[in-house]
Design a protein around this ligand. Structure first.
Ligand code: IFM
Length: 446
């Protein structure tokens, strides 16, 4: 090769390299694309948004002094029971193609064995409204509330709990099976167990490890029994409707990488919180649902051999309005861990309580970027449901915690979609995190 030809080749290569880093008009090559058919949705739960729930355990509990911050009660809540069509219109305008909601057991079966046809018709209308707007439906059967009659029979600790729950699942499948795309038998069973039976800060307000263990066995058996009913009824309809659970998973981290006892604490915490439920219910999940909110740092206290769930948040890190640490990389960790099960994964909840919507935007983009990287690493993640469509009743924290993509004025119940919803809408519409949206988190490539 002559000297001049070598020079030309070098300069052509250099030009090509420069071209590769210069931005095309649309910068499309810098966007992070999600797999075709990815589900983009929002999530809600009946008691938190509907209003007018009077027949479940929470409606009694929240009347008791000191149980809910500020003396808040669910009351009329966001009146989603009557305004669902308007709320779904707002979601459809943001290109949502899926929604996760729960049906309230105490409306459908207000007294033992008595099925309320009016309420069944109501939920059918809700599901039809979603379908009409092109949204796939994920329906949760147990999202923290139970009918008062069920609570009076011992609730999830009662000896008939599994039978009552699987009978409800069968009824729900008969009533709604043709309109449901995914069943979610239970929401965050371990959170429910800890709040209701270990800490006692939710109904039924029990603090007893033995009872908590009974509840754990009944919840897991309840999921398995309900799954059998749901599968069987879907088969009768000639449909295959995936069944799963929305589990709250925690990303655990150990300070001292080379301390065997810290490692033991970490792996015990991880096993109890992230694996025990799956171990008990093995073989009865068509997909894995992840609600991701928490990151915990493990460092045993001096003198303790091993320790579970050491939660060190007092390091002045960024937290939400309710003190939960913002830690996007944690969602990548839990997705990696779930990937070991080789089942499709849906992020059934993820969101932040904040009155500062700019923070919600940064949160959303940062967490979705991690989800994207998890997909790139080979994990089969098929959808993301943001918590929540609307500001709502945040259990013991009441109405001050604002998780919604839509602001609700608690006086007038007027809706105002937040800017974060239009950012999320763009992501959903483009099925990608485009380069300008990535700027919210200072994406490195740019
Ligand atoms: O509001 C709750 C929801 O009911 C279950 N997952 C966590 C959310 C935020 O705390």
């Amino acid at each position: 090769m002559t000297a001049s030809l070598k020079k030309t080749t070098r300069s052509t290569r250099k030009k090509k390299a420069v071209a590769a880093f210069s931005l095309s008009p649309a910068h499309a090559h810098l966007s992070l694309h999600f797999p075709k058919g990815f589900l983009w949705g929002t999530a809600t739960a009946a008691h938190q948004v509907e209003g007018g729930n009077k027949k479940n355990d929470w409606s009694l509990w929240e009347q008791l002094p000191g149980k809910v911050a500020g003396g808040d009660r669910s009351g009329r809540s966001a009146d989603h029971y009557h305004r669902y069509a308007m709320d779904f219109d707002l979601a459809a305008a943001q290109h949502m193609n899926a929604h996760r909601l729960s049906v309230e057991w105490s409306r459908i079966e207000p007294r033992e064995g008595e099925w309320n046809v009016k309420e069944i018709a109501h939920y059918r209308a809700v599901l039809e409204a979603l379908r009409a707007r092109g949204q796939q439906t994920m329906v949760t059967l147990f999202h923290f509330t139970v009918p008062q009659w069920f609570a009076a029979r011992g609730g999830w600790a009662g000896k008939d709990a599994v039978g009552y729950f699987s009978r409800f699942a069968a009824k729900a499948a008969d009533a709604f099976g043709d309109l449901v795309d995914f069943w979610c038998t239970q929401n965050e069973p371990l959170v429910y167990l800890v709040m209701g039976y270990v800490l006692g800060t939710w109904p039924p307000g029990v603090k007893n490890y033995r009872t908590a263990w009974t509840v754990f066995r009944h919840l897991t058996a309840g999921h398995v029994a309900a799954t059998v009913e749901l599968h069987e009824r879907a088969r009768m309809l000639g449909r295959a409707v995936p069944v799963g659970v929305a589990n709250n998973l925690i990303s655990f981290y150990s300070y001292r990488k080379h301390s065997p006892l810290d490692a033991l604490s970490l792996s015990l915490s991880d096993w109890v919180w992230n694996h025990a439920y799956y171990r008990e219910t093995r073989g009865s999940h068509d997909y894995l649902g992840v609600n991701y909110y928490f990151h915990q740092r493990i460092k045993r206290e001096e003198g303790k051999l091993v320790q579970l769930f050491v939660d060190l948040r007092a390091e002045n890190r960024e937290t939400s309005d309710i003190g939960w640490e913002v830690y996007p990389a944690g969602i990548f960790d839990v997705l990696q861990e779930l990937g070991e099960h080789h089942l499709p994964i849906y992020i059934t909840e993820n969101g932040i309580a904040t009155v500062n919507d700019d923070r919600r935007i940064r949160f959303l983009v940062a967490y979705l970027k991690e989800v994207y990287h998890a997909i790139q690493s080979g994990i089969d993640i098929r959808g993301y449901f943001h918590w929540s469509l609307l500001d709502n009743f945040e259990w013991e924290k009441g109405y001050a915690a604002r998780f919604g993509l839509i602001d609700v004025d608690w006086q007038t119940l007027q809706r105002r979609p937040k800017k974060s919803f239009s950012v999320y809408g763009r992501i959903a519409g483009e099925n990608a995190l485009s380069h300008d949206i990535l700027r919210y988190v200072g994406h490195g490539v740019l």
